[in-house]
Each structure stands twice: as structure tokens, then as C-alpha cells.
Design a protein around this ligand. Structure first.
Ligand SMILES: Cc1cc2nc3c(=O)[nH]c(=O)nc-3n(C[C@H](O)[C@H](O)[C@H](O)COP(=O)(O)OP(=O)(O)OC[C@H]3O[C@@H](n4cnc5c(N)ncnc54)[C@H](O)[C@@H]3O)c2cc1C
Length: 509
């Protein structure tokens, strides 16, 4: 579903600014879908449930954020899961039916990776299946999990089709947040006044946008737009994302028949609705298979790169849909489709998990309807490029395994004219490849960074309160000081659980 939902009316459809350093094959700029619905990006996402590793949170604590170490956050991950007494979220294993998965696992084991039972365990270097947010075989978005069961409560009022445009402030003294200005159904300008405080959870792209529109940000960013400054804070800086590149492997012997994926979808729907509502309604084929790599030290417990997989079955037409949704140009789309006509194609999406590059999110006008300027700055730190090349080289080792050789596996050399005259498989070639094919795993974070008093770029404190502004808290992926080494859904739900406790503690009378 994740590609079907992109570009629909529940997607903000953002695109990052173009750059000469990366993503050159995405002619319009890298696409950054974001969920425009209850449940946010979790409603249009792939539903993978990954916590990141304990070192991620230990780093948050070492940076001075008290209460955010692994031992502090672990109970909040558990709290949201249904098997505990309080949780609402259903997290389940995912059944993948295609034999190609066994082949990839065998190849990874031959290379020396451990076959992991649980990717959320302390040791998460190796290959295994991620868990998914699913319920009775269907997607379980954060809205379905957390809002549906409490919809009847009289202290909850949800206004749909409300477009928040700015935070309003008290007239009297300094910056005390008072309410949220919003436009209802594109018609009515309204304001919701808060009795106690405002919690902003517009996500890592729109939270900084709303703060900047409200005058919370650096003077250098606000003054040119004639926005009155309320607080000098580094809003929109520290943007991080998991940048990724696809490798395409052709498997000439793995498919005995060509596949009609549309027919397969109809059969899944038939089985689901008429036979057994407990099985998955859809089949990712390989969607949950994940390989975590440490590119510098194989005996480490924590990864700095990750590979996820997608299968384009021989004779199917899925590659074109997927690659066009990612935003690649026609030449690349055609090149992969050609391979898909000849063989099963596995797209191995290699991403780096601890990027050093930092981008920005800025607004271009004091107009809430204008999209923000997203500068991803991928590979502005050259170490990120080196990590990506190391990850590619480690993954390439699979080509020499029996599992690959016995199935006629080959790397499909995609058509990138600008790289055509560079010696194949040299570092220079991979740099060219990366600079052309780099794209996003859709994990923006860090744009309203949490940090201690002596951190000049901190936007919120460790209780998620916006610095130098009263009655305003941020609870979403933008507070992450450093991006975690996983999808951001589960970590953001954890931030939500922890933020909810802070709200209760700080408002007890
Ligand atoms: C296509 C896709 C697939 C993904 N798959 C996975 C996955 O499988 N696993 C995983 O862990 N992570 C995944 N992610 C990432 C994950 O969904 C997000 O990182 C996570 O939801 C946290 O996002 P966020 O805090 O930025 O806010 P979001 O989840 O984007 O939520 C922000 C909310 O605020 C609303 N909003 C924003 N601006 C306004 C405004 N002005 N007025 C009113 N409302 C507003 C938005 O509509 C949205 O509902 C995926 C993301 C995408 C886009």
C-alpha cells in the first residue's frame, strides 16, 4: 500500500530541494511523502515496528538529555504494546511467502551474518524479520491503535480537516503560547485556545514550519520574511534522514512462472475476506526482511547501515510503479523494467543509519500554504558517502555465495549515462552511482532538537518544552537530537507515551 497511498489526498507530497551533490536521477527533487491524515505518516507507512538500538538512546542521554537513556525509554516502548495491560498497539510477525527470502537469508549467512529471531533485541547485527503494526491481517496505524479506542471520551475532541497555520500568543508579556490558529475545511479561520498548554505534533517537517510561521526561530530566517520574532531558537536545523540507494539483483533461476500481481492482489483479498481474516491482506513478498550491517567492525552489536528488500517478480510490472513513485527518471525506470522482464529482480535498498550530514527546513514566505524548503544536505559530510560505499561492498559479497550463484544471480547494471565511462565497481563508480540514485527512507528527524541548557541549538528541553516560550511542548520525531538507527514510527510512539506522562506529571494540581 505504501506506494499506492503516495500522491493521494492523504499525502502532503513534499519534495526536497534539488542539489548537484545527490539524487541526480530524481529530476523533480527527492520525494518526501508525509501522512496528511489522523495517524500521520504512520497511516501511509509500511507499518514496520523497529525500536532502534540501546546505544541510540544512550547517546541521547550522553548529550545531556536526562531521562532519555535506554533504561528510561524501554518501559515506554513496552507500554504501548497491547500484550501488556495498558497498551493499544498490535505488533505482530509478518508471514512472507516467497522462497526468495530463504535464499537471501542463506546468502547473508554465507557472508557471515547471524540469522536473528528478533531485530529489536540488544544484539541487532544480522538478518531477520522486522515486526509490523498489523491487526487481524490489516494495517494498524497509530490512529487506529490509539485514537479509535478512546474516541468516546468526553475530554477528547478531534477536529478533522483543520489546517493549523500558526501558534497564537498572549498579548501581555513575553512569549506565552495561547492557542492554535487554523483554517477549517479551507474556509473558516478559527482559533483554539488552550487552558493549560499546547502540544505540537505536526512532524519533523511541519513542526518547524509552524514554529517559524509563529515567529519561533532564528532571526536570520524570520527577518527577511517580516515575521515578528518571539524566541531565538535553531528551529529547522539539525535535519537528519536515512538516505538510501537501491541495488538491483537479477535472479535468473528463482522463478518458475511469471506473476500477475494484480491477480495475486485479488486472490489475497478473496482469501482475506471470505476465508480467513487472520492472514495478511497483502503480501510484501520481502518487505520485512532486514539486514543490519556495521561497515567498520563486524563484531560490533550495533549497525551503521541497513538493507531492506523488495521483490519485482519476473514478468510483473511493479518495478515501474515503485520506482516512479520514488521519483526516478524514466531512463532508470525502463532499465529496471527491462531486467524485470528477464528475471526476478530484488531491489536491495541500502541506507545509512547514523548519518553525519545535517540539512535544514525553512519557510520561504509568511504564508502557511507555501511548502517549506527542505534541504536534505545528503553527503554534505563525506563520511556518509564512505559509509554507503562500504555497505555496498559488504552487500556485494552475496554475489559470491552459493545461494546467489546457484540461482543465477547477477547485479543489474542500471543505465546511468553520467557514470557509464567510469570503471565499474571502482569507488569512483559507486560515488557516481550514489550521487545519482540517492533517495530517502522517509525518516526526517531532529528539526526541533532536544538538548540541555548549555546546548545552543536545543529547541526543547528534556521535558519537551520549547525553550524560552511558555505553555508549548513538542512531541514528535523533530525532538530527536540524533536520528535512531531504525524506522521512526515506534520511537515516535515512545516519545508520545513519554510526553503524555510528562504532561500529566507537570499538570497535576
Ligand atoms: C511512506 C512512508 C513510509 C514509512 N514507513 C515506515 C515504517 O514502515 N516504519 C517506521 O518506523 N517508520 C516509517 N515511516 C516513518 C514514520 O511514519 C514517521 O517517521 C513517524 O510517523 C514520525 O513522523 P513525524 O513525527 O514526523 O510526524 P507524522 O507522523 O508525519 O505526523 C504529523 C501529523 O501532523 C499533521 N499536520 C502537519 N502539519 C499540520 C498542519 N499545519 N495542520 C494540521 N495538521 C498538520 C500531519 O497531517 C500528520 O497527521 C514512513 C514514512 C513514510 C512517509
Amino acid at each position: 500500500m505504501i506506494y499506492e497511498l503516495q500522491g493521494t489526498n492523504i499525502d502532503w507530497e513534499y519534495k526536497a530541494l534539488r542539489s548537484r551533490r545527490h539524487s541526480l536521477t530524481s529530476a523533480e527533487g527527492v520525494r518526501w511523502p508525509r501522512g496528511l491524515a489522523l495517524g500521520g505518516s504512520g497511516t501511509i507507512g509500511m507499518m514496520k515496528y523497529e525500536r532502534g538500538n540501546r546505544r541510540n538512546y544512550e547517546v541521547w542521554k550522553q548529550l545531556g538529555n536526562k531521562g532519555w537513556g535506554w533504561k528510561d525509554v524501554a518501559p515506554y516502548f513496552k507500554k504501548s504494546i497491547r500484550r501488556s495491560t495498558t497498551g493499544f498497539l498490535n505488533v505482530d510477525n509478518y508471514e512472507a511467502r516467497d522462497p526468495i527470502n530463504g535464499l537471501m537469508i542463506a546468502a547473508a549467512e554465507e557472508v557471515g551474518f547471524e540469522h536473528l529471531n528478533n531485530l529489536n533485541a540488544a544484539q541487532n547485527l544480522g538478518i531477520g524479520w522486522t515486526k509490523f503494526m498489523v491487526e487481524n491481517g490489516t494495517r494498524c496505524s497509530p490512529a487506529k491503535a490509539f485514537l479509535n479506542p478512546v474516541g468516546h471520551r468526553n475530554n477528547l475532541h478531534v477536529i478533522k480537516h483543520a489546517f493549523a497555520t500558526s501558534i497564537s500568543f498572549m498579548k501581555d508579556d513575553g512569549p506565552t503560547a495561547q492557542g492554535v490558529n487554523f483554517i477549517l475545511r479551507n474556509k473558516h479561520n478559527l482559533r483554539a485556545i488552550a487552558r493549560r498548554e499546547i502540544v505540537l505534533s505536526a512532524g519533523a517537517v511541519n513542526t518547524p514550519k509552524l514554529l517559524l510561521l509563529s515567529g519561533i526561530g532564528r532571526m536570520a530566517d524570520l527577518a527577511p520574511l517580516n515575521i515578528i520574532q518571539r524566541a531565538e531558537l535553531s528551529v529547522g536545523y539539525n535535519l537528519q534522514d536515512h538516505v538510501a540507494i537501491p541495488l538491483f539483483y537479477k535472479f535468473r533461476k528463482s522463478s518458475k512462472r511469471t506473476v500477475n500481481l494484480n491477480l495475486e492482489k485479488v486472490l489475497n483479498l478473496f482469501n482475506f475476506s471470505l476465508k480467513n481474516r487472520t492472514q495478511q491482506l497483502t503480501n510484501h513478498h520481502m518487505g520485512g526482511l532486514t539486514l543490519n550491517i556495521n561497515t567498520l567492525n563486524a563484531s560490533e552489536s550495533f549497525p551503521d547501515a541497513q538493507v531492506t528488500y523488495q521483490l519485482f517478480k519476473k514478468g510483473g510490472f511493479t518495478s515501474s510503479t515503485v520506482l516512479r513513485k520514488i521519483g526516478y527518471d524514466l531512463q532508470l525506470v525502463r532499465s529496471v523494467h527491462q531486467a524485470e522482464l528477464e528475471a526476478d529482480v530484488v531491489m536491495a535498498m541500502v541506507s545509512i543509519l547514523e548519518p553525519r550530514s545535517r540539512g535544514t527546513i525553512k519557510i520561504v514566505a509568511a504564508d502557511p500554504y507555501r511548502d517549506p524548503a527542505i534541504k536534505t544536505a545528503y553527503f554534505s559530510d563525506y563520511d556518509d558517502l564512505k559509509t554507503m560505499i562500504r555497505a555496498i561492498r559488504i552487500h556485494q559479497q552475496m554475489l559470491t555465495t552459493n545461494a546467489f550463484l546457484n540461482n543465477g544471480a547477477q547485479l543489474h547494471r542500471v543505465n546511468i549515462p553520467a557514470c557509464a565511462f567510469i570503471l565499474h565497481d571502482s569507488d569512483e563508480y559507486w560515488e557516481c552511482y550514489i550521487r545519482h540514485l540517492s533517495t530517502s527512507m522517509y525518516h526526517p528527524a531532529g528539526t526541533a532538537k532536544m538538548g540541555p541548557d548549555d546546548e545552543p541549538d536545543a529547541v526543547v528541553d528534556e521535558r519537551l518544552r520549547v525553550r524560552n516560550v511558555r505553555n508549548l511542548r513538542i512531541v514528535d520525531a523533530s525532538i530527536m537530537p540524533e536520528i535512531v538507527s531504525a524506522g521512526l514510527m515506534a520511537p515516535t510512539i515512545m516519545i508520545g507515551e513519554k510526553g503524555a506522562d510528562m504532561l500529566k506529571e507537570d499538570n497535576l494540581e
